[in-house]
Design a protein around this ligand. Structure first.
Ligand code: GLN
Length: 282
């Protein structure tokens, strides 16, 4: 028999050696318990449920093999909403929750008391679209992705969260252009990692490259969106992007070329890194 407390620390040395924070093991155990209605922190000294022990040990092995904890778990939380994730979709990051928060603030400021048409390009798990719809029901949201596998995950997540979203398959803005759809807000967290950038094994070995890499400088997908944006935007509009922490200047230059009479703002994330770009025309 083994207590939950013992389980929590069982792989401490292995995690240290691997350079993974033991918090990951604790969070994993917490979720496994939570699923069974067990309050881990009240039951720390109790003998652990055998099924949990099995799942924990098996999962920890995968995590020590660099697999992201949320893929092992099969779900994560974004803006408080539970989302299924698997190898077909990027695991939503905390920084992206901040993007959603800022978009909601802009909706309040610039689109008061009216219906707003929104598109999320490259929705992946559906995280951004779902959080926005749940937080602001008057948003009429389309979410696109080129990956049918990702769209299947996103559709399920929308259903599980009771969020009404119109999903469309296709590359970048094409689904909108082909259907003559115009929006007020265009959002994207496109793949923005430069192709040759070195990354942690947990990301590069497991997460979908189609959601990560954005060409030599990482900016290819922004350029594609900037170039065609005028075809899908209503007169008054907002574009909102997540960006790489070191892309502010290069992307500003690109944005100024395409949007000379717009207000362009870059915001930092909670870690003080440049992380979001807002391009406004009101
Ligand atoms: N933020 C992600 C990472 O650092 C990348 C997401 C993206 O390319 N849009 O792994």
């Amino acid at each position: 028999m083994v207590t939950y407390h013992k389980l929590m620390y069982l792989y401490k040395d292995a995690f240290n050696k691997k350079g993974i924070d033991l918090q990951v093991a604790k969070a994993f155990l917490f979720e496994l318990c939570n699923e069974k209605g067990i309050d881990l922190y009240l039951e720390l000294d109790n003998d652990a449920d055998l099924e949990i022990v099995g799942r924990y040990e098996n999962g920890i092995r995968r995590i020590l093999n660099d697999e992201p904890m949320y893929y092992v778990l099969g779900y994560c939380y974004f803006f408080g909403y539970k989302l299924t994730v698997n190898k077909d979709v990027l695991i939503p990051r905390f920084e992206t929750e901040e993007l959603v928060g800022h978009i909601l603030a802009d909706v309040d400021t610039y689109f008061k008391d009216r219906d707003v048409k929104v598109v999320d390009i490259g929705t992946g798990s559906g995280a951004i679209a779902i959080a926005l719809k749940k937080e602001e029901s008057r948003l009429d949201i389309i979410a696109t992705d080129i990956s049918e596998e990702a769209l299947a995950v996103a559709r399920n997540n929308a259903k599980d969260n009771d969020a009404e979203i119109a999903f469309m398959g296709g590359d970048m803005l094409r689904p909108l252009i082909e259907n003559g759809i115009k929006v007020d807000i265009l959002i994207s967290n496109p793949p923005y990692i430069p192709n040759k950038e070195e990354m942690e094994a947990s990301v590069v070995d497991y997460e979908p490259h189609v959601a990560l890499f954005g060409g030599d400088d990482g900016l290819d997908y922004y350029r594609m969106i900037f170039k065609d944006a005028h075809k899908v935007l209503n007169e008054r509009h907002l574009l909102a992007f997540e960006i790489g922490y070191d892309q502010k200047e290069a992307l500003m230059k690109e944005a100024e070329k395409y949007f000379p009479d717009h207000q362009i703002e870059v915001k930092k994330d909670i870690n003080g890194k440049d992380r979001m770009m807002f391009i406004r025309h009101f």
